[in-house]
Design a protein around this ligand. Sequence first.
Ligand SMILES: [Zn+2]
Ligand SMILES: [Zn+2]
Length: 363
Amino acid sequence: MKAAMFQGANKPLLIDDVEIDRPRDHEVLVRVKACGVCHSDLHYVKGLVPMKIPTLLGHEAAGVVEEVGNLVSNVKPGDHVIALSVIYCGQCDQCVSGNPSSCVNRESTRRRDDEKPRTTWRGQKVTPVSDGGAFAEKMLGHENSFVKIPDDMPYDRAALIGCAVTTGAGSVLNHAQVKPGTSVAVFGCGGIGLSAIQGARIAGALQIIAVDTFESKLAMARRLGATHTVDASSSDAVKEIQKITGGKGVDYSFEAVGLKKTGEQCIQSLGVRGMATLIGMVPAGQKLEIEPGWIIGGARFVTGCVLGSNRFRIDAPRYVEYYRQGRLNLDEMVTRHCRLDEIDDAFKLMDGGDLVRSVVMFD
Ligand SMILES: [Zn+2]
Ligand SMILES: [Zn+2]
């Protein structure tokens, strides 16, 4: 099968033939139909996160099950599925406590080093990022990675649920558990930020303040549920948020950019007893500077979460249903389609900032 591999920071992805094994035991082989190009992939491509060479990239996918191992019970060949971008074991303390996104035994879902690798390139093992590797015609993973969706759900829309929606809306609905009537600020209006804005709308937040530096993204944020927007390229986001909230600061804030400055602003925009949730991927080595006294004095909460503290088997079908009811707008979020061999252009456009989501389509 053809797959795109990371071959070094700031280099084009290498698209080449990769051998993929057949599924064993709890494994599922999926023919990928669509895979979103996520900001984390861009971080990897730019070398902001250490990464093995080569690594299979792509982790926001939807497709159709081709073959299953003999112990698989949750999907069967022909099922349409969404792939979750971080696997969970289902057995560890965190998993059985209802926190599979904090699973501490992901290793148990993978093949051991003494087993044949799931994917090989020129005879050597090639690992997929986040157990995905979906910039590829097929992916092979543990059954916990996949959730069945209705056949009429479009693949490109479904793919976004695998990462952007799960991360953004999940951080609002599952992690922070935003309450009706409250105020919310979201820093960054890419796929994850826009999903957080939609999550806040679904949760019934009264004020939803979108912060970005691109007018086109702020316009999209307004269409998807933001009640106020702040253009951070021409104003101080914290001061603007103070103004909008009558000097109180927000009840909840979310950082979906992954920068020191916006991380600090996210915390500084909180009102008393407010909660800041960091979800953007900050490059390794960067630190946030915040006055502890300000956090202590206002009894503020600073927290973070991976993939929206998801319970994927429960959440993914809910997001599909919200979409079908017209309450989760995925149609506008997919702004561009491309082929696998056009993936480098998708990264360049994303790096330029003024685009929400490219989705790589197969077939
Ligand atoms: Zn992602
Ligand atoms: Zn676990």
